[in-house]
Design a protein around this ligand. Structure first.
Ligand SMILES: *Cc1c(COP(=O)(O)O)cnc(C)c1O
Length: 390
């Protein structure tokens, strides 16, 4: 048992602490270098210590950190422009994390219900989903392991199996009058890299149009270039009414955003929501630089090209009898084994490769989007070693 004064909320914490990083590499105190194939869980998309990010951090820190939303924040207005542009959305609300972004989306859905005079609103979410750890977002997450111990839950949510239209039809039949929104991750991240099909997304879009419900996409993990498009749903012709973003938005500084389009705009009026830190000049300046840098350095194309290359290479080169599936999109990749494999992260550490395990038996790769083909090759070589390490 650790004697640390930090509450032990993270299981399986690795016995290593990093001193500094550069690009896709991290160094520990002893000077060992590790190939980072997790990027702080899809956060450091531009890699570690990207010069453009560092430059903005230094420059903005010397100017202004925080004023509160009592005053107009020019950098927040600028970020809203940039982010809604790449996202194909119209308005942004800024907060400090993914859970808070989803919390905002759920509050938006409640206001939409009020407008439609629905007093006991229901949001359909997916089994196996992950939307955060606050009370509303853990209630939205159709995953027992996240909810256990925190009952009673916020009772807005009913859960259906992703890509199962029949189950969805039954749920709709039972709750029709109270449904206000459908919320999902285009690719379930913590759920083990499980993608919604284009057919299913088209179907939920049609249902939302037909019944005047909000379609909410949680693109916190899939967004900002991760899957080889700015946002994962842009691989399809389906557009959400509300979309949440966080993780990679400021490459490691805490920020989240809830974006709205069309009928979801202007639901939050004055006094309806807010955050002390949300959208402050410092994080917004850094997020602006992240988006600009992604554009300038063609990071989204790189994620698609190196992602396709890596997925292909894993499929052909990574030969191990325990592997049952290799799947993903861009640089969001899952390697499923035929049995639980939580012990592999420690073996990864021994081989100087960082990744994590989701859904108990899926190796999840979320490398920085700046990785090269050589680094992708190195990921495959090291994974091979990890799988054969006793
Ligand atoms: C990480 C994540 C969240 C929660 O974000 P936090 O910043 O940890 O609150 C929500 N949804 C998805 C899909 C995520 O990957």
């Amino acid at each position: 048992m650790s004697t640390s004064k930090v509450m032990p909320t993270y299981y399986n914490q690795m016995p290593v602490s990093f001193e500094y990083g550069r690009g896709a590499w991290l160094w520990d105190k002893e000077g060992n270098s590790y190939l980072d194939s997790l990027a702080g869980i899809a956060v450091c998309a531009l890699g570690h210590a990207h010069p453009a990010v560092t430059h903005t951090i230094i420059e903005q820190a010397g100017k202004l950190l925080h004023t509160s939303n009592t005053y107009i924040i020019a950098k927040q207005v600028e970020l809203a422009e940039k982010l809604t542009h790449v996202a194909g959305m119209e308005q942004a609300y800024f907060c400090n994390s993914g859970a808070e972004a989803n919390e905002a989306a759920i509050k938006l859905a409640r206001l939409y219900a009020k407008k439609k005079e629905i007093t006991e609103p229901v949001i359909i979410t997916m089994k196996n989903s992950f939307h955060g750890r606050t009370m509303a977002t853990l209630s939205a997450s159709g995953t027992e392991r996240i909810q256990m111990g925190f009952e009673p839950l916020v009772k807005d949510f009913i859960y259906v199996t992703l890509n199962d239209k029949t189950e969805l039809a039954t749920a709709i039949q039972q709750h029709q009058a109270n449904i206000i929104a459908i919320m999902l991750e285009p690719i379930q991240g913590d759920g083990g890299i499980q993608a919604a099909t284009e057919d299913y997304l088209t179907h939920v879009r049609q249902l939302c149009d037909q019944h005047d419900w909000l379609l909410i996409f949680d693109e916190i993990q899939t967004g900002l270039g991760r899957t080889g498009k700015w946002f994962c749903h842009q691989h399809t012709s389906v557009k959400p009414d509300v979309m949440t973003v966080a993780k990679a938005l400021a490459n490691g500084l805490p920020i989240g955003a809830c974006l709205a389009r069309d009928k979801a705009c202007n639901l939050f009026g004055p006094g309806k929501h807010g955050s002390t830190f949300g959208g402050n000049p410092f994080v917004c300046a850094v997020a602006c630089t992240v988006i600009e840098t992604m554009e300038k350095e063609n990071i989204v194309d790189n994620a698609r090209q190196v992602g396709d290359y890596l997925l292909d290479k894993l499929k052909t080169d990574l030969k191990h009898p325990a592997i049952t599936d290799v799947r993903g999109r861009g640089l969001m990749i899952g390697i499923e084994l035929d049995k639980p494999c939580m012990e592999l992260t420690a073996k990864g550490l021994k081989n100087y490769l960082l990744f994590n395990i989701t859904a108990n038996k899926v190796i999840r790769l979320l490398p920085p989007l700046i990785i090269t083909r050589d680094e992708a090759n190195e990921i495959v070589i090291r994974l091979e070693q990890v799988l054969t390490t006793k």
